[in-house]
Design a binder for this molecule. Sequence first.
Ligand code: NAP
Length: 500
Amino acid sequence: MTRGRRKVRIAITGAGVSGICLAVKLKQAGIDDFVVYDRGKSVGGVWRENVYPGVSCDVPSRIYSFSFAPNPDWNSYFARGNEILSYLNSVVEMYGVGPHLRLGEEVVEARFTAGEWRVMTSRGEESRWDFLICATGLLVQPALPELEGRSAYRGVMMHSAQWESGVDTRGKRVAIIGTGATGTQMTCALAAETEHLYLFQRTAQWVFPKPAQRYTAIAKTLHRVVPGFSRLADRFWRVVFQGTISAAVVRAGWQRRLIAGVCRLSLRRVRSKELRRLLTPPDNPMCKRLVAASGFYRVVQQGNVTVIGEEIERITERGILTRDGVERETDVIVFATGFRADTFMRSMEIVGKSGRTLEDFWSDGPKAYRTVALPGFPNFFMLVGPNSPFSSESVMRIAETQSDYVLRWIELFKSGAVAEMSPTQEASDKFNELLRSGMPGTAFSSGCTSWYHDSQGGLMVWPWTVRMHHKMLSRIHLSHFDIRQCGESSKSGSGSERGS
Ligand code: NAP
């Protein structure tokens, strides 16, 4: 085995939360030969793309930040989108990530050939890297329903993730299609200013009343100047969040009963029996991602808001026609219809060892080894990949756990101990079997459909505690990996065949 310090070249795709996280960690580890590609003109991922009115986070701001970059200046208990975007920009600046960014440059193809990744970008440039890390996010590809008549509509029509900044909804008739986190937040934000707001609901969702409190100037000062105060506050929110929501989604117990009870009680604020019945979900709280919003049930009782449970027949020139034959005229239609989460990074052509494409590898749904790696795709890792605990943890902290794991492999590569690594098919299959066996008993498996399911109906969530995720990635299990040591030739196909 050849040993010695080696240089390492790393390509990261995606300059959102997780890409920024890994970039900072590489800088901290003294690794400088890396780039971060992003098709957008600026950093921020979902927080750059989602600028619809009311966009905010449903994870407490104190834990929706990196542990290495605490933010004493959060304005609210639950931060707004623009605040999070500013935070991410400040992290990029603070840690000197800027010179590594390749913005406006989309990776279109990545191919593992002769022991390295060849990356092709939308600018037609090709470059070579030792590692390829996909940090392209989960909620990226807007899901637009196939509704007849869309091209005939004369008003403004857009998906929530493609909000046009010039659109003025004041005094207008606005239709929102979809009652997930986005549709609910947008309803709360727009109801006060629109002439009329029509909320088209296919399936009612449970809404948890999110506290709308803001941090006072005194609290911000305390966070900034009192040693340990910020850490203590973060710890408090962590214990509360993980002790309640995170626990409730994965196992039955008082936490699940408590959250379900709060949701049911909150719904009782709707005075009209008919409206309450319409807003009562057919499934259990937390089966779909729990919607957290401030004041939703108050807002839907306003005179200028109508919730429509009737199925949409088609879009007309003037508005929306429902199956009962009623046409509602609108000036603006917003599709808050979510995302195709199971596509992950499949907008790129990713080709592993032996020429196997990711598209083929995931033909029956996205699966990974411990959320981060794939058999047959050497020196390739994902951040916030399949089954990451995004339903019960701040994505910033998930990205940190996964980045630390990836760094361990990068350090091994640098030390000269390994040249190529990818999990064995056997280790990956065993992990996925274990995942499946963990699903019964979680709130997600109680009978509903949502973006938590892939196109084959499999659940893409994490069925255990956040601590378990952390534990599983706290060290490298060499026996789970096909490894080529330095000096050995790169045998085509060996990565995917051993252990299969
Ligand atoms: P979503 O949760 O997938 O909700 C999509 C909504 O559109 C559902 O109500 C769905 O109804 C409806 N829909 C889909 N197709 C439809 C059709 N053809 N006709 C009528 N209705 C249709 O999407 P989202 O609200 O954009 O949220 C996605 C995720 O983003 C959330 O779960 C959350 O994780 C994240 N998010 C987070 C925040 C935050 O606070 N951090 C904010 C926004 C979003 P069905 O239920 O019947 O399918």
